[in-house]
Design a protein around this ligand. Structure first.
Ligand SMILES: Cc1cc2nc3c(=O)[nH]c(=O)nc-3n(C[C@H](O)[C@H](O)[C@H](O)COP(=O)(O)OP(=O)(O)OC[C@H]3O[C@@H](n4cnc5c(N)ncnc54)[C@H](O)[C@@H]3O)c2cc1C
Length: 574
């Protein structure tokens, strides 16, 4: 079936829904989502969203700007960060007016709490900057925005899987989707297309990301000729439940929890004397792994303890309810009485589809615009997080740049007519699907995915080096070869997840290669990218964004400069 809309948004997380809310009333908006909209990963966000409201302690957007730039290890574009942090208080009041039930102070103001890397007075001590709704912040914001979309009659294509972007040679004109309920293909024509498809954490074995975070949109853009920016920067969150990787939000440390090693030592005092357990995530993740490598993990294993026992039952039940319930359900541990075993877990991709500050997708280092295509949220790289994202800055990024993309799309479509999509767009996809259904190979999707996830942990996680990265690239290439030889996937029409996983694995393998390739070429350590063979940051050579292009001759790396406005790079000490 062919459907026409002014704006087609792929992704129903906070970035996609915020963009939709911006456009309703003035454009016919459709949102496509492979999962039911409110099951998008944004709903799993626990800790909060940052804004320098100053409700509990003095705060200023300039401090928020400084912290985000420093957190990014000076790779974030400072013009974009300034837009984001200045807009933050407006975002919070807007959410409040839409009905988000934020937690409150005793005076009735929106409550705020500590989060890693957020400080007062340019790094002097931690500051309460994260607004929250207990530890279910993403859930309540997602539900609120979904309500707003329903109220304004946004058309949802729920449980529809975007298979390809349609480019007519001059501009992006639509998306082909696969309807998971009945196996039908749809062509959704749009004057503007927004990719808001979230992250790709599922590439790694240990991850906090939901099953849907397979990087589809990032790869769809890449496949259609867009380069990928800064993909070497993959954030490992320090506290995933051991051994599952499920997130224990930084809110636990924001509320006063701390990490201990086998000797009972609060080891973060050695790594970050000023802010200790509230240092940026890359610093804490490396510290935990350094401790476990030195044999100071609990019982000599690969984990340490997150101790909340001193916080007391009331505080844990009121502010960290969900985290406590995860520890009880999955590990049988009650954090009121016992410490939680934690290990770093893959959490967030700082890189992605390059965009300008209005969500327009950029095609090269000169900033040429990909007409008709926009991207926002975790799949995009604006870049406000640079080499390392600070906690609670993602929800802010989604809402600020989701809205700005909406504004830019409204403006773009006012001058455009629908372009007729190339006639073979559906046929190409039909053939691709047929091929998967009739494949005769011997390889199994599950085996290849398992191979990819474990090699990415070994070669491309917190610690990297040239030898491992080179070997990793070879290993991924051989998995890509094996993928060509997969067996036929299940042919059933309704909810054929086997088919979906086969397509997802193709996306994941390609992105794994880009991650390792980008990491190999960055011969320095910066933020989340730590090279054991190049342990220092090398501003002279690498204060620049990586762009990886797919060319007929293979992958090619090019660079573009970082936008520096107020803060010149300094040593990053916490
Ligand atoms: C456990 C956890 C806790 C977090 N806590 C916080 C926090 O407290 N504060 C904070 O700032 N950040 C937090 N983050 C990070 C933040 O939640 C994410 O970066 C953010 O939610 C991503 O939002 P998004 O709108 O970009 O995409 P998502 O919310 O991931 O949504 C992606 C959407 O794209 C759709 N989609 C993807 N591929 C396709 C396809 N092929 N076809 C159709 N639809 C597709 C999905 O169905 C989904 O609707 C957390 C992340 C995790 C994993």
């Amino acid at each position: 079936m062919i459907f026409k809309h002014d704006i087609v948004i792929v992704g129903a997380g906070l970035a996609g829904l915020r963009a939709a809310v911006e456009c309703v009333g003035q454009a016919d908006v459709a949102v496509v989502s492979k999962v039911f909209p409110t099951r998008s990963h944004s709903g799993a966000a626990q800790g909060g969203i940052t804004a320098s409201l100053g409700n509990e302690e003095e705060d200023h957007w300039e401090w928020h700007l400084f912290d985000t730039v420093k957190g990014s290890d000076y790779l974030g574009d400072q013009d974009a960060i300034e837009i984001m942090v200045k807009d933050a208080p407006r975002v919070i009041y807007e959410l409040e007016h839409l009905g988000v039930p934020f937690s409150r102070t005793t005076e009735g103001k929106i409550a705020q709490r500590y989060f890693g890397g957020h400080t007062r007075d340019y790094g002097k001590s931690p500051v309460k900057r994260a607004c929250y709704a207990a530890d279910r912040t993403g859930r309540v914001v997602l539900d609120t925005l979904y309500d707003q979309c329903l109220r304004h009659q946004v058309k949802f294509y729920s449980e529809n899987y975007a298979l390809s972007l349609i480019f007519d040679g001059k501009k992006y004109v639509g998306v082909v989707t696969y309807d998971l309920a009945n196996g039908e293909l749809h062509l959704l024509q749009g004057k503007a297309i927004l990719l808001a498809t979230g992250g790709c954490g599922r590439i790694y074995q240990t991850t906090s990301n939901g099953f849907a975070s397979t990087g589809d949109g990032i790869h769809l853009a890449y496949q259609s000729g867009i380069p990928l920016e800064d993909m070497e920067f993959i954030q490992f969150h320090p506290t995933g439940l051991y051994p599952l990787g499920i997130l224990v939000s930084e809110a636990a440390r924001g509320e006063g929890g701390f990490l201990r090693n086998r000797l009972g030592e609060r080891f973060m005092e050695r790594y970050a004397p000023t802010v200790k357990d509230l240092a940026a995530r890359d610093v804490v993740s490396r510290a935990i792994l350094t401790e476990t490598r030195e044999g100071k993990g609990i019982s000599g294993k690969d984990y340490v303890h997150l101790d909340l026992t001193h916080l007391g039952e009331e505080r844990i039940s009121e502010r960290l309810w969900e985290i406590a319930s995860f520890a009880r359900i999955y590990l049988g541990i009650d954090p009121i009485y016992d410490p939680i075993p934690v290990q770093p877990t893959c959490h967030y991709v700082m890189g992605g589809i390059p965009t300008d500050v209005d969500g327009r997708v950029l095609m090269d280092e000169k900033g040429s615009i990909a007409h008709g295509l926009f991207a926002a949220g975790e799949c995009a790289c604006v870049s406000v997080h640079g080499a390392n994202r600070l906690g609670c800055n993602s929800l802010l990024d989604l809402l600020v740049f989701g809205r700005r993309s909406g504004l830019a799309m409204k403006q773009a479509i006012s001058t455009l007519d629908h372009q007729t999509p190339p006639t073979d767009a559906l046929r190409v996809m039909e053939e691709k699907i047929k091929k998967l259904f009739t494949a005769t190979g011997k390889e199994k999707i599950g085996d290849i995915r398992q191979g990819m996830q474990s090699l990415m942990m070994k070669r491309g996680s917190v610690f990297r080096n040239e030898e491992g990265l080179k070997a990793g690239i070879e290993e991924i290439r051989s998995l890509k070869e094996r993928y060509k030889n997969i067996g036929a996937v299940d042919k059933r029409k309704a909810f054929n997840f086997g088919f979906m996983e086969a397509i997802e694995l193709d996306h994941q393998l390609a992105l794994s290669e880009v991650i390792l390739f980008s990491a190999l070429h960055r011969r320095e350590s910066r933020g989340a990218h730590y090279r054991e063979d190049f342990p220092a940051r090398a501003d002279r050579y690498f204060l620049k964004h990586t762009l990886v292009f797919q060319t007929p001759k293979g992958l090619q790396v090019r660079y573009k400069p970082v936008k520096i406005t107020r803060f010149q790079p300094e040593a990053r000490v916490y």
